[in-house]
Design a protein around this ligand. Structure first.
Ligand code: GRF
Length: 193
């Protein structure tokens, strides 16, 4: 399975995919990493793994076309948004409908959508006095964090949790369920509706 991963930051979810491909838990390879942020550490992770990596600024007028050109060249069977902060156009999502998945650090449909990303999610969960949180992997459709859910896993919110301690525990769950979701897709156990 040819995988292209889109990132914007640290790339720990990307690293989880790279490691799973290397040890055979995923029968596939990461063909390219595309970042919306030129200083994303995930680009360094790609380089260390010998994976072609690109920075495409979302400010560029040709941004979408550059993404499409990259995808046309890499022929991805799966596109993974892993900590990616950009929003893909309707046209691009349409062109790759059913082949794009996203990892989100909450139990969708709670704490998702516009403005809910990174630490903001966990701040809202704690402010909401939730007893549990977790992570979700879903297919990307035309909305923000609204596509068909593939897998989600809950963890308790601890009384002593800060947004950061919760984020760290949720991130560990993300790394697990992202690989499980890709394995399910690979085995055709989970197909887009
Ligand atoms: C994480 O908080 C994750 O929930 C979200 O993006 C953030 C960075 O993840 N998807 P990563 O370490 O860049 O994969």
């Amino acid at each position: 399975m040819n995988i292209v991963v889109l990132i914007s930051g640290n790339g720990s979810n990307l690293q989880a995919i790279i490691d799973a491909c290397a040890d055979g838990r995923i029968q596939g390879q990461v063909k390219a990493v595309v970042s919306s942020n030129p200083t994303a550490y995930g680009l360094e992770r790609a380089t260390q793994a010998g994976i072609p990596s690109y920075w495409i600024s979302r400010k560029q007028k040709t941004y979408e076309q550059e993404l499409l050109d990259c995808f046309a060249q890499m022929q991805p069977d799966l596109i993974v948004l892993a900590g990616y902060l950009g929003i893909l156009s309707r046209e691009l999502v349409q062109a790759y409908q059913g082949k794009i998945i996203n990892i989100h650090p909450s139990l969708i449909p709670k704490y998702c959508g516009k403005g809910y990303y990174g630490i903001k999610v966990h701040q809202a969960v704690i402010a909401g006095r939730e007893k549990e949180s977790g992570a979700t992997v879903h297919f990307v459709d035309q909305g923000i964090d609204t596509g068909q859910i593939i897998i989600q896993r809950a963890i308790p919110v601890l009384a002593k949790d800060s947004p950061q301690t919760l984020a760290d525990r949720v991130l560990a769950v993300e790394h697990q369920i992202l690989i499980e979701a890709i394995q399910a897709i690979e085995k055709q156990l989970c197909l887009p509706e």
